[in-house]
Ligand binder design. Structure first.
Ligand code: GLP
Length: 258
């Protein structure tokens, strides 16, 4: 795992977008794993503003609420269409978001796993982190080898995500479909972005604490190619900041991004 600390949220989003852009340029038929949430909005704004060719890319989103139809303004499908897909030259048929209103949710999650495999696996998976340490919607105690499945959301997550539901946690769905921790770990490269003070404590536990199913983001420590990009506020509880800064300032792989 490598941690890069940027001065502010804008700089963290900028670096994240530049890394994604470089992967798309290097492999035009990149299979890109995508995430939703407020943290991703400035990343998608930047990607949309860059002159990138997504016409051969395929994408797979991490998760979707159960019971929220794709055309609903609160769905993650609609979020993705509006915030990214309609602003770039991707073919909508090449974009995948789990269908939270499928008649058979079991068949939907199995087909999602199959579609990822048929695409050749995910090259680069973008991730955010929930305040309870989830990646996707892998809530505490999610098996570290879990696959795409239906998952019940914690009260904390429903509270955190109430913004899209008129600030009323009770209106946030109780269940979601999500890639599993095991599914996520199979991506060839992982990129987690976290910004803002409220993420500081959980981020430090996920990055520097022991691996535990209580914090699904801690499983990223197992991945050989995982980058964590944070702003100063989200980095404030990390103990090894000097070392991370030294790596970013000195290692050749970061030269182009300094
Ligand atoms: C939701 C998503 C996660 C995301 C998290 C963080 O719970 N399922 O994938 O990482 O929100 O959201 P935000 O970026 O708004 O803090």
């Amino acid at each position: 795992m490598e941690v890069v600390i940027r001065p502010d949220a804008d700089a963290a989003a900028e670096l994240t977008a530049r890394i994604i852009a470089d992967r798309v340029r290097a492999k035009p038929d990149l299979v890109l794993g995508l995430a939703t949430g407020r943290t991703m909005e400035p990343v998608y704004d930047r990607l949309a503003a860059m002159d990138l060719n997504f016409s051969a890319c395929r994408t797979f989103n991490l998760d979707e609420y159960v019971g929220v139809p794709p055309q609903d303004p609160q769905s993650y499908r609609r979020y993705m269409n509006e915030r990214l897909f309609e602003r770039i030259n991707i073919r909508l048929a090449n974009t995948h978001v789990p269908n939270g209103v499928a008649a058979d949710l079991g068949a939907e999650v199995a087909s999602y796993e199959r579609r990822i495999k048929e695409a050749g696996g995910i090259d680069l998976q973008l991730l955010g982190i929930g305040e309870d340490g989830h990646i996707g919607f892998n809530e505490p105690l999610s098996a570290l080898m879990s696959r795409t499945r239906e998952k019940a959301l914690t009260p904390k997550t429903r509270q955190q995500n109430a913004g899209m539901f008129g600030d009323d946690p009770k209106r946030v769905p109780t269940r979601a479909l999500t890639m599993g921790v095991g599914t996520i770990l199979e991506a060839r490269e992982l990129l987690l972005i976290a910004t803002g003070g409220p993420k500081a404590e959980i981020l430090a536990k996920a990055v520097e604490g022991p691996i535990t199913a209580m914090i699904s983001a801690s499983a990223l420590q197992l991945h050989p190619r995982c980058k964590v990009i944070v702003d100063q506020a989200a980095a404030s509880s990390l103990t090894q900041r000097e070392y991370y800064d030294w790596i970013f300032a000195n290692e050749p792989e970061w030269q182009a991004y300094r």
